[in-house]
Structure formats: C-alpha cells, structure tokens
Write a protein that binds this ligand. Sequence first.
Ligand code: NDP
Length: 277
Amino acid sequence: MQRNMEKTVVITGASSGIGAALAERYAKAGWNVVLIARRRDRLEEIAKRCGVKAKILVADVTQNSFENDLTTFLEKMPGDLFHVYANAGAGAAGRTDKLNIEDYERHFAVNVFGVLRTLRGAQSKLKSSKGRFIIIGSLNSYLAFPLGTPYNMGKFAVRALAESLFAEEPTLGFSCSVVCPGPIATELLSKNNKGEAVQLGDDFPKIHALSPAKAADRIFKKVLRGRREIFLSIDSFVLVALHRHFPSFTSRLIRIGYGLFSAKALKLVGMVNPDSI
Ligand code: NDP
C-alpha cells in the first residue's frame, strides 16, 4: 500500500507570536497546518495567510474537553501527522513573596497541563505516523531567573516531560524535541498574570529580542533535522552549557545581577503587574 506523504503540523497557541509565525513557516513549506487557540478572529486571519491547507480549532488548552476534541479533530485530518507543537503559553511575573497560589494555578493550567493535554490528544496520531512532539520550553527551563517563579517552575516541568518522553521513545513510538528560546518579541511580554493585554507606555524599555519569524525559521529547520534540544542563538546555548558544567557559578551570577539591577527589574515587572512587586 502506498504511504500517504501529505504532512500535517498541529500548533497550539497559533493566534499570535511564535505559534503564528511557525504556522506560516510550515505553510510556506507546503504542510497542512492545524492552528489552535481561543481567539477565532486571530486564527482566521493567520489561516488566511497560510492558505488553503490551513484548518482552525478554536479551543482552550486548560479545559479537560480539549484532549478529546483534539483527538476527534485529528481523526478527520488527511495525511500523516508528523509534528505537534505544544506552544500555547503565558507569562507570570512578580516577587515570590507577593504572588498567590492562584497565580501558580492559572499559569500551570496553560504552561504545564495544557502541554499534557496536547500530548494526550495527539499521541495516537503521533504514534501511527512515527511523528514528533515538540514542546516550546524556554531558557527558563534551565535557569531560574528572578521575578519569574511560576514561569521557571512550569518551564522546568515541561523540560522534565521532554526528557521522560525521550527515555520512553522505544515504547511510545514517536519522538520529542524541546525548544528553549531566549526573549522573542511577542505579545507575551506585555500580558499580565491573568493573561490580559496591558497598554505599556513609551517609557517601557525596549527588550532586545528575536523576531517571531526568525525564531520560527530556526525552529522549523532544527526540528526537521531531528534535533532533540533546540536553542535559537549561540548566547543561549553557551549560557545553558555554562550552567550545566558550573551551576553554582551561573546561579550566583544571576543573583549578583539581580542584586545590582533589582530596582530596575521591579519597576519593569511593576508596569505589567503592579500588584506583584
Ligand atoms: P504570545 O502571547 O504571542 O502567544 C501565546 C499563544 O498562546 C497565543 O496564541 C494564545 O492564544 C495562546 N494561548 C494562551 N492561553 C491559551 C489557552 N488557555 N488555550 C489555548 N491557547 C492559549 O506568546 P509567545 O508566542 O511568546 O509564546 C509562545 C510560547 O513561547 C510560550 O510557551 C512561551 O512560554 C514560549 N516562550 C516565549 C518567549 C518570549 O520571549 N516571547 C521566550 C521563551 C519561550 P489565545 O489568547 O488566542 O488563546
């Protein structure tokens, strides 16, 4: 029997930022694209840019029903499912002594349990196509930066998931990659802990960040090469390598940096989340 060579990619969090840019990059390469997020209007706009091979699924990854909805949706998709991106995510910032449990629960619902629901909803298709599950982690999957405890915890957790999937690959029947970007210029940086967009004044400092299109292009190429652990810049790679070999040195360096620049960092975080500093 001839194997169907049509390829499909599924991307959660495809209504903006890295997810939207990834959708466009895969569409440009001729893949079927499934875009998932909560904002229908945004998804429709991105799908139009991706062309006829794009399909949308309006869904919230924090809902228990998402797992079944995804499985049902994918059963109807033509072609082999090759790549599934667990990309939907949210930021969370503030002083650890000011954040409350709800901040952690809200954050974990998207950044940890949302990733698990995506995995569970897609795993039977991934198995049959011997595909790849790709988790969008962060530099914070390795380094615990100050004023980001929930985000650090969530991103450490999904890296542990990626390592567990790698270990179980012989019985799972599909592979896994974890992508660890540094700062990318997306809406994430201007949303508060409840996920609401915040209007930032002109005095909000410009953060040196990679464009989502550049990030997506690098991710696409490295995932196609079958890389298990993906960094998007040489400085991220060096920082993580340094942390692996000299963890107490890098942790101390981060603490010294925070000591020197805490007033500035608190001001910045306070512009987005005034209650959390
Ligand atoms: P954006 O805010 O631009 O995108 C986040 C996406 O997630 C949106 O499409 C949003 O869509 C979706 N999303 C959020 N909550 C839910 C939910 N409950 N259900 C379904 N979809 C949801 O941010 P980025 O593109 O920057 O973030 C993408 C990933 O990259 C995240 O995992 C983030 O942690 C990671 N990352 C980002 C970095 C950065 O500097 N920007 C650096 C390192 C990692 P909608 O609101 O329509 O549901």
